[in-house]
Design a protein. Structure first.
Length: 460
């Protein structure tokens, strides 16, 4: 048996060795980590099974937009420089109660508004597969730390692919749950108003089994007091799905959306995933839901226009303190007029209509397999790419994730292939609302059929 203290020291050593190259962790306290690990070790020595949770002694990291008591929660912005969380977010408290050792917090883009991780507080996070490329965003620090073995797993957040794109870029797994399935209290910026329809927190790890374990710990109703309860969390219990139910599900797959082209290797990864599931007995058929383009456009009404309105009071008068990436994002959100009551209501009703339309289609195919993004990890600062003879713009490349934020569907990412440059390519497994268990079950089958996944070259 390996003791929690040995495991903690192993991960702290990796942080010391590799974090200078990756810039994944922005705040970690070795002595505090070892104190947690020693307490976990004492519980094992007492042989008290009631003290040993499903994550006992497991070292985890948390995105620095989520409260971890005594650690910085700055969300990558100078406007919150030095902000220390006074207490744990509910999801962090649940992880601790399950025995997890919290290593520290990881880097994000400023106010989380990018699919790459760079800010004026800590600089950019690099991808462990190629340091000249991004680890993604906004949970890029998490993805880089987990992929490189600096952390066994962690927690990110996702309003437009911010868990799934970094997982795809870094060759790990991640889950975007249904909004409300995991309590999001203690996240900054707060996922409120119309943004609460699309923004979630969720687990990230190197395997789907580890993602599932973390999900089961974090999920569920948070009926706390006024101070720390999350009134937006949902009373949906974690369910067990019998093998026969998993095998009976019909799966639809599509290699592109007909609008934004994907790389040849991305097509191959999706096709390979479909073939593997077919070979082990699943019914898998080509199927692309109608309504995805409407979902893409409506997502921007929430993430872009409404999101810009939420951020504007925070950043007003602070232009000189904002990162170039955030200023660029705000220029996009300001390109359209602010929502009126009528325009927001129209967007909301449109969202409900396209959601209904796609859910009706998914009666036949309750699970979908599709790309995570149009491209693998890009070089720092890039903004457009040539794919299949067409120019793919920055905002369009991640529409494959954005649909499911708008729709509120759970979606997991599993590494499934590599680009010609040796960069990982993940595929999405998507389900209907509140059916995370089915998504994870199918993802686990896919991961098992795929076989072992390699570590990035930086840490081999």
């Amino acid at each position: 048996m390996v003791s929690p203290v040995e495991v903690a020291r192993f991960h702290l050593d990796r942080i010391e060795r590799f974090n200078p190259k990756l810039n994944a962790f922005v705040d970690y306290k070795p002595e505090a980590v070892l104190t947690q690990a020693r307490e976990a070790e004492k519980a094992i020595l007492r042989r008290d099974k009631d003290e040993l949770g499903p994550l006992h002694g497991v070292p985890l990291s948390i995105k620095s937009a989520i409260d971890v008591a005594g650690h910085r929660c700055e969300a990558g912005t100078r406007l919150r420089a030095g902000h220390i969380a006074a207490e744990d977010a509910p999801l962090v408290a649940r992880l601790r109660a399950a025995g997890a050792v919290i290593l520290g917090v990881t880097n994000t883009p400023e106010l989380l508004m990018a699919w790459e991780t760079d800010n004026l507080l800590y600089g950019r996070t690099n991808n462990p597969w190629d340091l000249t490329r991004t680890a993604g965003g906004s949970s890029g620090g998490e993805a880089a730390a987990i992929a490189a073995g600096l952390s066994a797993g962690g927690v990110g957040s996702d309003g437009g692919g911010s868990i799934r794109v970094p997982a795809h870029f870094c060759g790990i797994c991640g889950l975007k749950p249904t909004p409300g399935r995991i309590a999001s209290m203690g996240h900054f910026p707060k996922s409120g108003g119309p943004f609460a329809l699309i923004g979630v927190v969720g687990p990230m790890a190197r395997t789907i089994e580890d993602v599932r374990t973390m999900f089961e710990v974090m999920a569920g109703w948070d009926d706390g007091d006024v101070r720390d309860g999350d009134p937006c969390s949902a009373p949906v219990e974690v369910r067990e799905i019998h093998e026969t139910a998993v095998r009976a599900v019909s799966i639809g797959f599509f290699e592109d959306d007909g609008r934004t082209p994907v790389t040849r290797e991305t097509r191959s990864a999706v096709s390979h995933a479909a073939s593997l599931l077919m070979s082990c007995g699943f019914r898998v058929e080509p199927f692309r839901p109608e309504g995805l383009e409407g979902a893409r456009q409506l997502w921007w009404e929430f993430f872009g226009r409404a999101g810009g309105m939420i951020l504007e009071p925070m950043v007003r008068g602070h232009d000189s303190e904002l990162s170039p990436i955030l200023r660029e994002f705000l220029s996009w959100t300001n390109a359209a007029p602010a929502h009126t009551g009528e325009s927001l209501l129209a967007a909301w009703l449109g969202r409900d209509a396209v959601r209904e339309k796609i859910l009706v289609q998914m009666r036949r195919y309750p699970v979908l397999i599709c790309p995570t993004a149009a491209i693998p990890a890009f070089r720092h600062g890039e903004r457009e790419w040539q794919v299949e003879g067409k120019t793919v713009k920055y905002l369009d490349a991640w529409s494959y994730c954005a649909w499911f934020n708008l729709l509120g569907f759970p979606a997991a990412v599993v590494p499934m292939g590599s680009s010609d440059e040796g960069l990982p390519i993940g595929v999405q497994i998507v389900g209907r609302p509140w059916e995370e268990e089915m998504v994870l079950a199918v993802a686990a089958k896919l991961e098992m059929e795929r076989g072992p996944w390699q570590a990035p070259p930086l840490v081999e």
